[in-house]
Design a protein around this ligand. Sequence first.
Ligand code: ATP
Length: 195
Amino acid sequence: MKIIGLTGGIGSGKSTVVKMFKSLGVPIYIADDEAKKLLAKSKVIKRKVIALLGDDAYTKDGPNKPYIASKIFNDSHLLAEMNGIIHPKVATHFKRWVSKQKGRYCIKEAAVLFENDGYKKCDATILVTAPEKLRIQRVMARDGVAKEQVLERMKNQWEDEKKLKLANFVIENIDIEMTKKLVYNLHKKITNLFC
Ligand code: ATP
């Protein structure tokens, strides 16, 4: 089973593209969703996060996401520490998940893949791109947030220019019908590559 890492800047359409691969039967692992689940479930993670960010990081209902986000997205040191707590756990969970999948390849979607060297553990990578202006508009419409908030979230991600140098495949996601065709062709290409 080959592992294909898929990433893209905020609002590029990672989730949209991943759904298209899923409809073609490709097993999909969404690293950020699994990280959120582990943040809520793992007692070891909870203990370490509280030690790092304080008691307010959890409420009686689970992780206090707005509090955690306000802390880590304004402090690159805390963000790195937080990733250091969560990423090893996700990596173990992912390995177990991969061993249960069937097919030639699976896709691991992650918001950051090149920034943290995660791509080195993949057999190949896909970068989803769209013009920055369009990405900002999409996120503002989807999340009902202001432009400044989108720009703030973008700060922790590399520019596409830098990621393009490392990506094996690129899906430009502007027109949805064109994206479907690009996904279908890439699926065929990857399947042939690993047969
Ligand atoms: P994030 O990094 O925030 O998780 P993402 O990269 O996963 O975002 P999506 O959630 O797939 O991006 O897309 C952002 C928004 O743009 C969604 O509301 C989605 O429906 C819309 N969208 C994605 N691709 C297109 C497209 N080609 N045409 C029109 N709308 C699109």
